[in-house]
Design a protein around this ligand. Structure first.
Ligand SMILES: *[C@@H]1O[C@H](CO)[C@@H](O)[C@H](O)[C@H]1NC(C)=O
Ligand SMILES: *[C@@H]1O[C@H](CO)[C@@H](O)[C@H](O)[C@H]1NC(C)=O
Ligand SMILES: *[C@@H]1O[C@H](CO)[C@@H](O)[C@H](O)[C@H]1NC(C)=O
Length: 628
């Protein structure tokens, strides 16, 4: 009888074999899907533009019109999302005649800088978007007609071309943030040719433009990441626009050197500047430090100080926004990334707390202990700030001492600490740098989970869960999927989520990928495989691994165990596996003194492969480890 060998693939070691096998580490994804895998499973579709890389910089997801607008190098695109084919429309928008030549003459890079890189795409009204581009170092803005809902048009209004200074940076790559609120564009940028004049700027409405005071303490070499209107409460007068950015500041203890810190800053929407002080300048700007750190060995904190990206999770009505922030370390020794979550109540509390004060440049910072003028510096003019007997006024009615105070004390003393006081996710020395974050709050059988999508600098997206285990300070990371969205390494520069479409739009300079949030069928065809995946989007429905949809009536039981991923409790009695390990056995027959190619390719990188050799039919198989 010929000796025979058979190969067995286990989908996970310890748990199923009943031995405490060491964890394979959070950095091993449950599934790793290549560019080809994603395309062939219809999980993703890619738009790369008609003429090679788009040099994509700006994207606007328009859920109302069911369209995705893209801004690239010398061009704008509109893609349809309500059909299987995107049916792209293109508008060419090169720099104004002569601009490219002038840009080159001034010593700028002809290829990388002397083109019109579109950096602003914001909804303007029911028929038009506002767009701005670098214009070969001469920023320029225009309106583009996009039609009403249901129409698919895209054309630039030539008569609307206007100087874009203050609304768009000169450089294609400089960090920049913008948001459009009430007919006005808010930008955080450096507004001059040399990239030195950092400011928060508001323009575009009937009111005079407003900018930051050029006093150096207001913004210190900022790298803007995000801007958004976040209401404090139902009183529209209190509406503020928040900016998230990093700064490089002098060492806080008065010592030599500089450090990087991350900030949340804000201005009132109804700020109109001062009357005698801060004329046409922000009179309500305040900022606070965002802290994201972990205690290290020996009590030293490891700080993640460089803000990379911010995602605002807007929960159901009646609840406040949650701020998900992705940070990196500013360290020559090791590279680390962390995700911290901030609650708006904690941010408000810091802005309502003491102002930071420094007696001189060489002094330490402390809380301001003197009398704070009324109305409290930084608050928006509203019914609350109107003095008895005086009509409700604007910031132009604020006393000079209030404006002087806010100008001298733009920084809050307390930092904003994250929820739970620590990051929900930490990655040290990862294989790829993390660039972008998007979060989806998903209802599963046993609770609500925040699925985190992280865009890397190598064209991939990581889909991660951060589980807060009961009684443990440290969250558990579950890396569900690693998705190679782009064929070649390219940084993910922007991600937009459509919960309605269950789709993530992943942008790199090359183009945009439309990626389904889940592909439950890829986890496998057995209950145990589905359960081990621990993907809140997916559950075993008795026949296959499919999208989990919470139903109020609980009409049928869906097998899912996000917290423990234990198929033994979930899959007993399920026809295919009977609660056994997700096991694939392949029998390979071989002959003595001859070689046979043995192949066992598990679907999941987390799987352990065990080889057994059985010499004859009535012998027990030996477990032996061949090369895996
Ligand atoms: C992907 O979509 C195409 C066209 O819609 C279809 O023909 C194909 O069968 C789909 N493939 C899978 C794996 O769903
Ligand atoms: C939208 O704004 C553009 C540019 O200002 C203007 O031409 C157009 O008439 C406006 N459309 C509507 C519906 O208000
Ligand atoms: C060895 O195996 C190969 C294929 O597996 C077969 O073609 C060949 O005849 C075998 N040689 C002997 C000596 O059995």
């Amino acid at each position: 009888m010929a000796p025979l060998a058979w190969a067995v693939c286990f989908l996970m070691g310890g748990l199923l074999l009943g031995e405490g096998s060491p964890s394979l580490g959070a950095s091993v994804p449950r599934l790793r899907l290549s560019y080809r895998d994603l395309l062939s499973a219809n999980r993703s579709a890619i738009f790369l533009g008609p003429r090679g890389p788009l040099d994509l910089q700006a994207v606007y997801l328009d859920e109302y019109r069911d369209r995705l607008f893209l801004g690239g190098r010398n061009a704008l695109y509109s893609l349809r999302l309500d059909q299987t084919r995107p049916d792209p429309r293109e508008v060419l928008w090169p720099p104004q005649p002569g601009q490219r030549e002038e840009c080159i003459r001034k010593g700028r890079d002809p290829l990388l800088e002397c083109a019109n890189f579109v950096r602003v795409l914001q909804p303007h009204n029911r028929t038009h978007l506002l767009t701005c581009g670098t214009g070969a170092f001469q920023p320029i803005c225009a309106f583009i007609a996009v039609g009403h809902r249901g129409e698919h048009v895209l054309h630039l209004e030539p008569s609307s071309l206007q100087n874009g200074r203050g609304r768009c940076p000169h450089e294609p790559s400089r960090p920049f943030a913008s948001t459009f609120v009430g007919g006005e564009l808010y930008t955080g940028l450096t507004a001059d040719f040399l990239g030195r004049e950092a400011m928060i700027f508001r323009s575009g409405g009937p009111r005079p433009a407003l900018r930051s005071d050029s006093d150096q303490s207001v913004l210190l070499d900022p790298r803007f990441v995000m801007a958004a209107r976040i209401p404090d409460n139902s009183d529209r007068d209190n509406d503020k626009v928040y900016f998230f950015f990093s700064e490089t500041v002098p060492s806080p203890d008065g010592g030599p050197g500089h450090i990087t810190v991350s900030r949340v800053g804000r201005v009132c929407v109804n700020d109109a500047g001062g009357q005698r002080v801060l004329v046409n300048k922000w009179s309500t700007f305040l900022k606070a430090r965002l802290v994201c750190s972990v205690p290290g060995p020996g009590g030293a904190e490891t700080h993640f100080d460089q803000l990379e990206d911010v995602f605002l999770l807007w929960p159901k009505a009646g609840k406040n926004v949650e701020v998900y922030a992705l940070f990196s370390t500013v360290s020559a020794v090791f590279q680390g990334f962390a995700v911290c979550v901030y609650h708006m109540v904690d941010i408000w509390e810091v802005f309502n707390g003491p102002f930071a004060h420094q007696d001189g440049p060489q002094h330490q910072w402390g809380p301001y202990g003197g009398k704070v003028p009324f109305p409290r510096p930084g608050v928006c003019p509203s019914k609350m700030t109107a003095k008895p007997g005086r009509p409700f006024g604007g910031t132009k009615d604020y006393p000079d001492e209030v404006l002087q105070f806010v100008r001298a004390h733009p920084l809050m003393f307390q930092p904003v600490r994250p929820w739970h006081g620590r990051p929900i996710l930490i990655k040290t020395n990862p294989a790829q740098r993390l660039r972008q974050i998007v979060v989806d709050r998903v209802e599963a059988e046993d609770g609500t989970y925040d699925v985190i999508f992280l865009g890397t600098d190598s064209g991939s997206v990581l889909k991660v869960l951060a589980l807060q285990a009961a009684g443990s300070a440290e969250p558990e990371e579950v890396l569900l999927e690693e998705l190679q969205v782009f064929k070649v390494p390219t940084p993910i520069i922007e991600m937009e989520i459509s919960v309605k479409r269950q789709t993530l739009y992943v942008c790199s300079p090359l183009g945009v990928a439309q990626l389904r949030l889940h592909g439950c069928e890829t986890y496998g065809s057995a209950c145990a495989e589905c359960c081990l995946a621990r993907d809140p989007y997916c559950a075993w429905d008795g026949a296959s691994c499919t999208r989990y949809r919470p139903s109020p009536g609980k009409r049928r039981f869906r097998r899912q165990d996000i917290r423990h991923g234990n198929p033994a409790t979930q899959c007993l009695g399920q026809s295919q596996d009977e609660g056994a390990p997700a096991l694939e056995a392949t029998r390979v027959y071989g002959t003595e003194h001859n070689s046979t190619f043995l192949e066992c390719m598990p679907k999941s990188p987390q799987a352990a492969v065990h080889w057994f050799l059985q010499r004859s039919e009535d012998e027990q198989p030996d477990q032996g480890f061949f090369a895996a």
